[in-house]
Design a protein around this ligand. Structure first.
Ligand code: FAD
Length: 311
């Protein structure tokens, strides 16, 4: 067993302990984890990272950390912050769109307020000739997210959403979106959902991902292929060949801080690669919630740190 695999085995062993102890972890220590996948707290931190990514030939996707706000005023503030980000991106000529979480813009408070907040972001994006993607959150949000996406899509061209391959319902969701030339990011899905509604087995999720991708490409949808899984990237290369897609007809997407040899193999084939970079002062509650909800992320982050210290 290599040192790296040793680290992985250790993490599997410690997952429950990590989850239980998270609230006790001091903020500076959580930051040691968070800093590898978050640009920083301020807009200037974000701008520096996006400039670097663009300079290295990557597209970017920016999001402000936050979700499940409790007050309407917080949801409106989030919408205004996104509009500021879009204006900054435009003024500086950066190559980045934004992606938003509907619970950050008030989905669980009031759907009409949420839609008004989304619309304001889309309008600014339109004025800046930019694009907005609506992230997919846990299974309690899927119906509302699709409804808001369809509503937004009837008024704006510059909007996309996300489909999760772990969800059993996703093929039906794609079929229901076919008529509107949806722009879709396809990912595995980060939330832990019950077996009745979600696949848990790694290979089943991959197989469903491949089937969904085939369905989206057959429907002529533009797809953001969001994965760091070499198996899926290889399967995607084959589908791209089968569908005779040019590099401008789809793109790959990865998370900031997940350094992977795959990046080069994707670029060697002439494909575009977009890196998703979150930022903002809410990194602490976001990181703790993320880590608690899915200790696999803690495992990924620690694996990445382990790898970094060994190299
Ligand atoms: C651009 C982008 C946007 C996303 N948007 C959403 C969304 O809207 N909704 C949603 O539910 N999920 C979203 N996700 C998360 C996604 O659903 C998966 O949980 C995540 O990408 C891990 O799956 P994987 O396909 O990379 O495969 P995995 O098999 O999980 O990962 C493959 C390898 O990549 C590395 N890796 C993966 N994730 C991380 C990480 N976080 N840190 C360090 N290393 C890592 C590990 O080395 C791992 O072995 C998004 C992912 C990306 C890349």
């Amino acid at each position: 067993m290599t040192g790296y695999e040793n680290g992985e085995a250790l993490m599997d062993l410690f997952n429950p302990a990590i989850k239980a102890m998270l609230p006790l972890v001091p903020k500076p220590l959580v930051w040691q984890f968070a800093r590898s996948y978050i640009a920083g707290e301020k807009m200037s931190d974000l701008v520096n990272i996006v400039k670097d990514l663009n300079g290295a030939g990557f597209l970017a996707a920016t999001s402000i950390l936050g979700e499940f706000v409790h007050k309407g005023i917080q949801a409106e503030a989030a919408s205004e912050e996104y509009q500021d980000v879009l204006t900054t991106i435009n003024n500086l000529g950066l190559d980045s769109y934004v992606h938003i979480k509907l619970t950050h813009l008030g989905l669980k408070l009031d759907k009409e307020l949420c839609f008004a907040n989304v619309k304001a972001v889309l309008k600014t994006a339109d004025e800046c000739n930019n694009f907005v993607r609506i992230d997919m959150e846990d299974s309690t949000c899927i119906d509302d997210t699709i409804a808001i996406y369809k509503r937004a899509r009837s008024e704006f061209e510059n909007v996309g959403m996300v489909i999760q391959a772990c969800m059993r319902r996703s093929l039906n969701d794609i079929q229901a979106l076919k008529g509107i030339q949806a722009n879709i990011r396809l990912c595995k899905g980060i939330y832990i959902e019950p077996r009745e509604i979600a696949f848990h087995d790694r290979q089943n999720i991959r197989n469903n991902y491949e089937a969904l991708l085939r369905e989206l490409l057959s429907a002529g949808c533009y797809v953001g292929i969001a994965t760091h899984d070499p198996w899926l990237v290889e399967a995607t290369f084959q589908l791209i060949e089968q569908f005779r897609l040019s590099p401008s007809q789809c793109e790959f997407q990865m998370l900031y801080g997940v350094e992977s040899d795959l990046r080069q193999s994707i670029r060697d084939k002439g494909h575009r690669l977009r890196i998703a970079v979150p930022f903002g002062p809410n990194w602490y509650p976001y990181s703790i919630r993320r880590l608690r909800k899915n200790p696999t992320i803690a495992k990924h982050v620690l694996k990445a740190l382990f790898k970094k210290y060994r190299s």
